[in-house]
Each structure stands twice: as structure tokens, then as C-alpha cells.
Design a protein around this ligand. Structure first.
Ligand code: CA
Length: 161
């Protein structure tokens, strides 16, 4: 009638340890080490795109070079802005020139709301003046709240011959 006592408490403990190991493993391997193995420029966990809004801008500066106002009244370059996040929308909240230099103009933006993975284009115009080197900075503000370098700054430079 008497049942034999259960002997094996060890297997459950081993399972517990194994499950803890599985819980911690992704946290240890998901960040800088993985980036280094793949040659990715991602330096640490904070910069790895997650579900939250993640802004990415390219190029990070614009040099219009030497422009002859007699030949070219105005030229423009595009800045690409993307949301690298995987779940939340990114909102571009403000775009402005730091010094409001009249040689540069923020011409148009196609969208101010970027769903995950979406990019938009910002057009920056340059109107050269003869013999003048012009410099300014485009400042792009958004709701990427853990962004390291926000508001994003895109230095501009152009020279009128
Ligand atoms: Ca972010």
C-alpha cells in the first residue's frame, strides 16, 4: 500500500538552471558582440534598432562645392531620413536652419510620419552668391526619445565662384 517516495529532485533543478541559462543567453549575445562578428558599425546595445522609433539620416553633411552663380541660379541636394524601428511610428517634429542663412533653403519634405522601415526625403536648396562661402546647419528634431545625437544636425557648405 505504501508508495515509494519520489527520488528524483535533481532533474527539476537542472531544468531550472537550464531555463535560466536560456533566459540570459539572448541578453548577452544580442548586443555588441554580435555587431562585431558581422562587421556591423553598431557599437553597443543602445544603438541597435528596436521596436521604438529609430531615426537614421544620410548624408550627415552636405558640401555643395564651388558653384558659379552665372551658370547655376540654384541647386539642391536630398537628405534621406528613415525610421529603423520595428514597431512604432517616427514623427519628424521640426526642421530648421540654425543660422537661417539666406543662401540655404529647406525646400520640401515628403512625409513627417514614418512607419517602421519607411524613409522620406528632405530637399535642401543652395543659392550661390558670387565670391561668398556660405555655411549653416540643418537641425532635424523628431520623437526618437533614446536617440544619441538628436536633434540631428546636418552641416551645409557651399561656395559661390
Ligand atoms: Ca530610438
Amino acid at each position: 500500500m505504501k508508495r515509494q517516495p519520489l527520488k528524483s529532485y535533481n532533474p527539476p533543478r537542472l531544468l531550472l538552471i537550464a531555463s535560466l541559462g536560456l533566459t540570459f543567453a539572448p541578453m548577452l549575445s544580442g548586443c555588441g558582440e554580435a555587431g562585431a562578428e558581422t562587421g556591423s558599425p553598431i557599437p553597443d546595445c543602445e544603438d541597435e534598432p528596436g521596436p521604438a522609433p529609430e531615426i537614421d539620416i544620410d548624408p550627415r553633411q552636405i558640401d555643395f562645392g564651388e558653384v558659379d552663380p552665372a551658370v547655376m541660379a540654384a541647386i539642391s541636394e536630398a537628405v534621406s531620413m528613415c525610421n529603423l524601428g520595428t514597431r512604432d511610428d517616427l514623427h519628424i517634429q521640426n526642421i530648421a536652419l540654425r543660422d537661417a542663412n539666406a543662401a540655404f533653403e529647406v525646400r520640401s519634405i515628403q512625409a513627417t510620419l514614418l512607419v517602421p522601415g519607411q524613409c522620406t526625403s528632405l530637399e535642401i536648396g543652395f543659392q550661390p552668391q558670387a565670391g561668398v562661402v556660405s555655411e549653416d546647419v540643418v537641425i532635424i528634431d523628431c520623437d526618437d526619445e533614446d536617440c544619441d545625437g538628436c536633434p540631428m544636425e546636418v552641416p551645409l557648405r557651399g561656395e559661390g565662384l
